[in-house]
Design a protein around this ligand. Structure first.
Ligand code: GLP
Length: 241
């Protein structure tokens, strides 16, 4: 794992965005996989700026998303489809047909997960963006006895619901389930960039950087087995010891 330590959150976002811009410029029909939450918002702002300044072109870029809640309409402000439109896609020159955020309803769980995996498999992911949960989750792959392979439905950890309740009126409104790409699909991405910002991530980043073994109870530890992972974090979170 490569680790890049920047002065502050803004610099982390800029560094992450520069990697994306460089990779898109190298391969204009690149396939991305994107994340939601607080962490990538600065990076998305940088990508919008770069697109407006003609430093990067999304015309041929294809994009998937890691995960989404279940039970929220697409236009609910907490649905990740809405998030991606608001925070990025509505502001760049990506084609509507070229991005997809997973979205399921109770009737189509099984077929949808299979179809999503098939699309991921056919496209192949070149560059994947990750945040990290305080409990070590990546996408919505929560601590568990074993790693998942493909896209599946998860019961959200109470810690995750609590952490994400800041986006909702109350914790009761946070969905109990989500759809997420599996660890297997994440690991197939050619290149992974993980961003960590904010004091609350200090412990989990320390744990990840000192991890010696892969443990499904600490999902992010799987990244030890990937050959191209870059972790970008801020000075305040980085404990050299
Ligand atoms: C969320 C998302 C993850 C995200 C993580 C951290 O619930 N499902 O993909 O990386 O938890 O979120 P944040 O960046 O808001 O701290």
């Amino acid at each position: 794992m490569n680790i890049i330590v920047k002065k502050n959150a803004d610099e982390v976002s800029k560094e992450g965005a520069n990697i994306f811009i460089e990779e898109i410029n190298k391969k204009p029909n690149i396939v991305l996989c994107l994340a939601t939450g607080s962490t990538p918002q600065g990076l998305y702002k940088e990508l919008i700026k770069a697109n407006k300044n003609n430093e990067v072109n999304f015309k041929r870029v294809k994009s998937f998303n890691l995960d989404n809640y279940i039970g929220l309409e697409k236009n609910d402000i907490n649905n990740y489809d809405y998030y991606m439109r608001e925070k990025l896609f509505n502001h760049i020159n990506i084609d509507k047909e070229n991005w997809l955020v997973p979205f399921v309803n109770e009737e189509n769980y099984e077929t949808y997960c299979k179809e999503y995996d098939q699309l991921l498999e056919e496209s192949g992911i070149d560059l994947l963006l990750l945040g990290i949960g305080e409990n070590g989750h990546i996408a919505f792959n929560e601590p568990s006895d074993k790693f998942s392979v493909g896209t599946h439905i998860v019961d959200l950890d109470e810690k995750t619901r609590k952490a994400n309740s800041r986006f909702f009126d109350s914790i009761e409104d946070v969905p109990k389930q989500a759809i997420t790409m599996g660890i297997g699909s994440i690991m197939k991405a050619k290149k992974i960039v993980l961003l960590a910002i904010g004091e609350k991530k200090k412990e989990v980043i320390k744990k990840l950087l000192s991890a010696e073994k892969i443990d499904p109870q600490f999902p992010a530890s799987i990244l030890l087995a990937h050959r191209d992972v870059t972790i970008i974090t801020e000075e305040a979170l980085y404990d050299k010891n």
